[in-house]
Design a protein. Structure first.
Length: 198
C-alpha cells in the first residue's frame, strides 16, 4: 500500500513537472519588464535542494531535541522506537542518494547497529552530509537521467523527491512521539521575537 501511494505521488510529480517544463520552454530566455531573467537556471533541482535543506534542518533538530532517555520510547510494540526511526531515516539517505549519485549504497545498517542518542545523531548528520552531494550536484539535465527504483524506471529527480517525501513521512512519526513526551516539535516552535531596531 505504501509503495503504491509513493509511486502515485511520484507519477503526479512527474506529470506536473512535464507540464511545467512544457510551459517553461515558451518563457525560457524571456525577460520581465525590468529585463531580468523570467525563470532561474535549474528550477527543478533548485527547488529539490531548498526542500531538502529545510527537511535536513528539521530532522537534525528533532534528533537533538529528544532526550536520551526517550530514544527507546515507542507508543506501541508494533512500531519503531524514536531512535530506530532516526536510524531508519539515516539509512534511507544512503539508499536514495547513492542511487542519485550513481554509487553503491554503503549499507551501514544504522537502524540495526546504533542505539545511543549521540551515535544516532552523528550517524544522521553523516548520512545527510552524504546526501548533500546528491542535491548539490544535481542539475535539471542530470535530474532527468533515468535510474531503477523499486523496480520502476524513474528520473533522478523522482528518487530525490521520494527521499524528501520519506523524510517528511518519518518527521510526522517523530512529531507524534515528541508530542506524547510533551516536547514541542521543531516546526511548531515559536519564532524568536524580532530585536528592536536601535
Amino acid at each position: 500500500m505504501k509503495f503504491h501511494a509513493m509511486a502515485s505521488a511520484v507519477a503526479l510529480f512527474l506529470v506536473s513537472t512535464a507540464a511545467f517544463a512544457q510551459d517553461s520552454k515558451t518563457t525560457q530566455g524571456a525577460s520581465n519588464s525590468k529585463g531580468e531573467q523570467a525563470s532561474p537556471a535549474n528550477p527543478f533541482s533548485t527547488y529539490n535542494k531548498i526542500f531538502y535543506a529545510r527537511m535536513k534542518t528539521i530532522l537534525v533538530s528533532s534528533a537533538e531535541k529528544m532526550p536520551e532517555e526517550n530514544y527507546n520510547f515507542k507508543p506501541t510494540e508494533a512500531v519503531r522506537s524514536y531512535g530506530q526511526i532516526v536510524g531508519h531515516v539515516a539509512d534511507a539517505q544512503y539508499n536514495f542518494c547513492s542511487l542519485a549519485l550513481g554509487e553503491n549504497n554503503p549499507g551501514l545498517k544504522i537502524e540495526e547497529t546504533k542505539t545511543t542518542k549521540a551515535d544516532l545523531v552523528a550517524a544522521l548528520k553523516g548520512a545527510l552530509a552524504y546526501c548533500d552531494k546528491a542535491y548539490d550536484g544535481m542539475t535539471d539535465a542530470s535530474g532527468a537521467q533515468m535510474v531503477k527504483l523499486f523496480g520502476m524506471d524513474m528520473p533522478k529527480f523522482g528518487v530525490l523527491n521520494i527521499n524528501n517525501a520519506h523524510d517528511m513521512e518519518h518527521y510526522g512519526n517523530l512529531v507524534t512521539y515528541m508530542r506524547l513526551k510533551n516536547i514541542v516539535p521543531p516546526t511548531s516552535e515559536q519564532a524568536p521575537a524580532a530585536q528592536p531596531k536601535k
